[in-house]
Design a protein around this ligand. Structure first.
Ligand SMILES: Cc1cc2nc3c(=O)[nH]c(=O)nc-3n(C[C@H](O)[C@H](O)[C@H](O)COP(=O)(O)O)c2cc1C
Ligand SMILES: [Mn+2]
Length: 468
């Protein structure tokens, strides 16, 4: 297995594209014909998805912009795996490798000069509209920056935080943001606002997929995702000081928007087509001043197709390790955790345990809820159930659950404000009902049917030429 640390390719977006071009060219589609950023880009991505194709698409000629657009990077599991230097392996091996790297974060290194600051534009020269920013779905309120990795710093601890939050383009130097109540970024922003201070936020655009994986790993508020990103890349992230705000950003990113969130002020933001497959509602959301844009001489702009594979896969694969580690506290015999596609990689969680005592399954479900605020349904099953198979989990629910005793509900708990089944979806309420389901066999569960000796039968002796 090759790893990024001994790879000849740079640990940045263009380095990864060069790697794909040389070693896996079938992953890349380049479109040189002019494409409209309004529904033209998303239209092509939608057609590809419906045809079961998930290439990296480089739009070289987006109407109204001189900057190429890199799209769909995270839509294929194979590409995410390749970004860790893994030529082979399934989801289990991938998640294991992610967990191992998350456990070995690397401190960033400070640099004085940076590719991402080859061009610096400040004040009146700032114009976000020069970027190929797209409109995706029919009822979207406008153009959205969807793959900006926002770096913020906790004013109490000084620890960096990284997350992706959508940004509506209000004006050429004014953006919106949806900092959902499920994100650490929301807590940090509120700490500044409570002090009446603007909140510095650097939006990093264009980086290696392993950097995204590290940045989006589930972790606690006191862990610095720039360190985790270094661990994931197996190279320390080079950091350079921003020009106008007191933050440090990856020197080898493509573009950085140096911003501040205005305290107190709100502006209507959205609707926007969101990850559950429904529109996130219009909310009064914070406003960001873009104080500077810095970028490489010939930058690449990167986006994400929210509500589609490109968005769902990335978030979905990264949460199971953190959930499993937390469940282990409540139930040391946890064997596996899966956050399945059926729950849009966010709302449903299957937990397999080797049950030693009655009641353990409910504790395991509670622990999973503690680990991941997006979860709404946690189903706990015995370890012989294949939790990668929805049918097997449903079979356990169908045959092993007495709804009155084996489920519990927690109404009015914090969840995703984009949940279409929240208490007030139109108002963007983050209040939802959580349900835990103990689908393990109970002590009075009847014997399961089986045929003695079937495995040892020589079938060809009875049915000539028989092949299993
Ligand atoms: C493409 C993409 C778009 C996302 N958009 C948002 C968003 O608009 N608001 C939000 O709160 N989380 C969004 N998320 C999820 C967060 O980025 C993710 O939960 C992250 O881990 C949050 O980090 P934090 O808890 O350190 O703030 C998005 C994720 C992806 C992959
Ligand atoms: Mn965080």
């Amino acid at each position: 297995m090759t790893t990024p640390s001994n790879s000849p390719y740079a640990a940045d977006l263009r380095g990864f594209i060069e790697f794909l071009d040389k070693e896996h060219p079938e992953h890349i589609v380049r479109i040189s014909k002019e494409v409209d950023p309004n529904f033209g880009v998303s239209g092509i991505l939608e057609r590809l998805e419906r045809d079961g194709k998930f290439p990296l698409v480089i739009f070289e000629n987006v109407k109204g912009s001189k900057i190429p657009l890199v799209a769909n990077m995270h839509a294929s599991f194979e590409r995410l795996r390749l970004s860790l230097g893994m030529e082979h392996g399934g989801v289990k091996e991938f998640v294991k490798e992610c967990a191992a790297r998350q456990a070995h974060p690397l401190d960033p290194v400070r640099v004085e000069s940076a590719p991402v600051q080859e061009v610096v534009r400040q004040g009146g020269d700032v114009d976000v509209e020069e970027l190929p920013v797209c409109t995706y779905h029919e009822k979207d309120a406008g153009k959205y920056i969807t793959a900006g990795l926002a770096v913020m710093r906790d004013p109490e601890t000084g620890i960096n935080n990284v997350g992706i939050y959508r940004h509506q383009v209000h004006e050429k130097n004014l953006l919106g943001v949806q900092l959902s109540e499920t994100a650490d970024g929301n807590i940090i922003w509120k700490k500044y606002e409570k002090r009446g201070l603007p909140c510095p936020i650097a939006i990093v655009i264009g980086h290696h997929p392993a950097f995204f994986i590290g940045s989006l790993c589930f972790s606690t508020l006191d862990s610095d995702e720039l360190r985790i990103a270094g661990g994931m890349l197996q190279r320390p992230v080079p950091l350079v000081r921003c020009k106008t705000i007191p933050l440090d950003v990856p020197a080898n990113a493509e573009i950085v928007l140096e911003c501040e969130i205005r305290p107190v002020e709100r502006r209507a933001e959205a609707p926007f087509g969101e990850y559950p497959g429904t529109y996130g509602p219009r909310r009064m959301n914070p406003v960001l001043d873009v104080k500077a844009i810095t970028h490489r001489r010939n930058p690449l702009y990167q986006n994400a197709f929210v509500g589609h594979a490109d968005n769902l896969l990335l978030s979905g694969l990264l949460r199971t390790t953190f959930i499993e580690d937390t469940v282990k506290i409540a139930c040391p015999t946890v064997r596996a955790v899966n956050v399945p596609r059926a729950g849009r990689f966010r709302f449903i969680c299957y937990v397999a345990i080797e049950k030693m005592n009655e009641g353990e399954a409910k504790l395991a479900a509670m622990a999973a809820f503690v680990a991941d605020p997006f979860l709404k349904f946690v189903v706990v099953v015995d370890h012989d159930v294949d939790i990668d198979n929805d049918t097997d989990v449903l079979h356990a629910i169908a045959t092993r659950v007495r709804a009155d005793q084996d489920t519990f509900m927690v109404p009015y708990a914090k969840g995703s404000p984009l949940d279409p089944a929240s208490y007030d979806p139109a108002g963007g309420s983050p209040l939802v009902t959580k349900m835990g389901i103990d689908a393990t066999r109970k002590s009075n569960y009847p014997d399961e049917i089986s045929v003695p000796g079937f495995e040892a039968i020589d079938m060809a002796a009875f049915i000539p030429g028989y092949k299993p």
